[in-house]
Design a protein around this ligand. Structure first.
Ligand code: SAM
Length: 199
């Protein structure tokens, strides 16, 4: 069955571009050096492929087969290995303490799923592993430059930090940025940037 994301990705263009999200690129120097990395909701793969290019054994999951095919094409173009799996993040199995890094860029869940998934992410990180997350803030609804239309999918900085309780925060920001990430995320945007380490 085609998801709405499959339909959006059915174009030769990379709808979020092929460059990594600006926050993932920014925090790269703070991440562990190498190891397994998991990019949740990898879509067309720009962030997962970026991690693979920087020495991680990178994996990506997404529900969209069309997105994942483009992610594989991007990995081939960049000459890196990127393992992708078509899975629903909400009901997939999680390994315990396996990942040095887990990233999630612009994937939103309503509660109580948000907290359940956040805690599974923490369970899948090794001690000393890091989570880097990019989320729209509820103020984004009024800005209308991308992201969910349903405010229940978006949390404030405090709500996101509570969902991810147990991490030590290196970055926890709620800011406005002028984004230019492909055709779907463009213009003044209200975003949350999180970088947390599992003790
Ligand atoms: C806004 S796009 C972001 C894609 C990518 N992270 C990026 O920044 O380029 C959201 C992605 O989340 C995926 N997604 C949404 N809900 C999901 C779920 N429950 N399980 C797996 N993937 C999901 C969609 O298929 C889509 O590729």
């Amino acid at each position: 069955m085609m998801t709405k994301w499959d339909e959006r990705y059915l174009t030769d263009d990379y709808v979020f571009g092929t460059a990594p999200n600006e926050f993932i690129a920014r925090v790269l120097p703070q991440l562990p050096q190498g190891g397994r990395a998991l990019d949740l909701a990898t879509g067309e793969g720009r962030n997962g492929v970026f991690l693979a290019q920087h020495g991680f054994q990178a994996e990506g999951v997404d529900m969209s087969a069309v997105g994942l095919a483009k992610a594989q094409k991007l990995a081939a173009e960049k000459g890196v290995r990127f393992d992708t799996r078509q899975q629903n993040i909400a009901d997939m199995a999680w390994p315990s303490e396996q990942y040095a890094v887990i990233t999630s860029v612009f994937c939103h869940f309503i509660e109580p799923e948000r907290t359940q998934i956040a805690q599974r992410i923490i369970g899948a990180l090794q001690a000393g592993g890091m989570f880097a997350g990019v989320f729209y803030h509820p103020d984004q609804i009024a800005l209308g430059t991308g992201g969910p239309k349903d405010a229940a999918m978006l949390g404030t900085l405090a709500q996101m930090q509570t969902a991810f309780h147990g991490l030590e925060w290196l970055v926890a920001e709620e800011i406005e940025r002028d984004l230019s990430e492909g055709s779907r995320h463009r213009g003044k945007s209200a975003v949350i940037y999180l970088l947390g380490r599992k003790p």
